[in-house]
Design a protein around this ligand. Structure first.
Ligand code: DLL
Length: 436
């Protein structure tokens, strides 16, 4: 498959490190001047920008965290005046407040370039029809994939998510050759295609799926059902959205675009950098971002890095599929959910009608996540009539939907019916393992 930018994508390790060092030094100096949170952390460590000479000094720099985005909400971490910010995206925070990021024009161009590299790596070009079925909006999936597809000159079909029958009709009528969506939605589309018996009417050849963990078994099933090559794409709102890394045609790890992002793997407990190949928490430093740069951002995703040269000829390091997190963030139907957000809704909505005993039950039925929230009623409310119970369930359901952007089935259950734990409360029952 053609390589979009061989001079960059196939650089030697020495060249990559030289470029990263130059960019890191410049980024640190710039952020020290412009971002108060970063300057304070550097000062607390007794560090000045002059102490950073290259990537060999990366480990000296302070970490940054998701909580920083909450503490400096909404624009406090931006490194450019708002006049230069041309786009905002947002994602779930650990509380009701979302995390907010901003892009300059140049940031958007780099983002599109990162996605375009992957699309080209999968053989897509201006003859292709790319159906973008990730959600468009504050979520980065839709507009992120869109920018890359336009840059390679493909014809973009921006269907956004939902309306499955219309998605399939669009694929058939418009001749979509590539599909971008979450893997669970791809699986669902595959099943519907099978049920409708229209697989032979599809022209799809490639799928670009990410935003949530998925297994090799799931990959095989999607490939079979849709008759495509299914490839993994990774990203997070804080760093870039989709395209921080992506698979090439060999599907053996996602190339991290190292001219823009420096990945590290650390021990989540000690913060120590782990040797190449070890599994630990993934940390990113953005070395070209203008609007919302981050140094040593703790992603909470667990994975490892592989520095061996890939069969495709690209030298940029490959990360394996993230296989867990160091925090309690759940990804339900592609949407990030923190149990603390659910707790916040329950406290706000219910007064003394419910107890703080609740349980989130997740499962996977027909390849779609089910999401149930069981909440114990208080003794006094339990005595009330069925109508008021139904009304409260409805209110909690609506509030959760407005907080999280997805629907949960809320069940008010009898007092003392949720099993008590002797240690930490077991708030989450996740039965999805092995069903992906
Ligand atoms: O999910 C960005 C994205 C959109 C990536 C479309 C790929 C495709 P957030 O909503 O901020 O951003 O969620 C980021 O999702 O920290 C991971 O835990 C998880 N995640 C993203 N991609 C993958 C993947 C987007 N390919 C969080 N495999 C990240 C496993 C993934 N987990």
């Amino acid at each position: 498959m053609p390589i979009r930018n061989p001079e960059i994508e196939c650089m030697s390790r020495e060249e990559i490190e030289k470029l990263q060092s130059e960019r890191l030094v410049a980024q640190v100096a710039r952020m020290y001047e412009k971002v108060e949170c970063f300057r304070k952390r550097m000062d607390a460590k007794g560090l000045k920008p002059e102490d950073i000479h290259g990537i060999e000094d990366l480990h000296l720099l302070p970490f940054s965290y998701k909580s920083d985005l909450r503490d400096y909400y909404p624009y406090g971490l931006f490194a450019e005046p708002l006049d230069n910010i041309v786009r905002i995206h947002a994602s779930s925070g650990t509380t009701g407040k979302r995390i907010v990021v901003g892009y300059t024009r140049k940031d958007l161009d780099i983002w599109s370039e990162c996605v375009a590299r992957m699309m080209n790596a999968l053989g897509l070009d201006n003859r292709d029809f790319v159906q973008v079925s990730y959600g468009y909006g504050l979520f980065t999936g839709g507009l992120g994939a869109h920018g890359g597809a336009e840059l390679i000159g493909a014809t973009v079909i921006p269907t956004s998510s939902g309306n499955t029958a219309l998605q399939i009709q669009t694929m058939i009528d418009f001749g979509s050759t590539a599909l971008c969506c979450t893997p669970s939605y791809a699986m669902y589309l595959g099943e519907e295609v099978e049920r409708m018996g229209v697989k032979d009417q599809l022209r799809l050849k490639v799928g670009i799926f990410g935003a949530e963990p998925w297994s090799e078994e799931m990959r095989k099933k999607i490939e079979e059902k849709l008759g495509i090559k299914a490839c993994d794409i990774y990203g997070l709102s804080e760093i870039l959205g989709p395209g921080v890394s992506g698979e090439c045609e060999y599907q053996c790890g996602m190339h991290v675009w190292e001219d823009h992002f420096i990945p590290e793997i650390i021990d989540p407990d000690t913060g120590d950098v782990l040797p190449a190949g070890a599994s630990g928490e993934l940390v990113f430093t953005t070395i070209t971002k203008e609007g919302f740069p981050l140094i040593r951002y703790r992603t909470r995703d667990i994975c490892s890095l592989n520095y061996e040269k890939c069969k495709c000829g690209r030298t940029h390091v490959r990360m394996n599929k993230p296989n867990g997190r160091t925090d309690d963030m759940l990804i339900i139907r592609g949407v990030n959910v923190f149990p603390s957000q659910i707790e916040e809704v329950l406290l706000k909505v219910s007064g003394d009608k419910v107890t703080p005993n609740y349980q989130i039950v997740l499962d996977r039925v027909n390849n779609t996540d089910t999401f149930d929230v069981n909440v114990e009623m208080s003794e006094s409310f339990f005595a009330d009539d069925v109508k008021s119970v139904a009304a409260l369930e409805k209110t909690i359901t609506e509030q959760l939907r407005s907080m999280l952007g997805i629907s949960a089935k809320v069940h008010l259950v009898n007092p003392n019916s949720i099993v008590r734990s002797e240690g930490k409360a077991k708030r989450i029952v996740d039965n999805r393992a092995g069903k992906m």
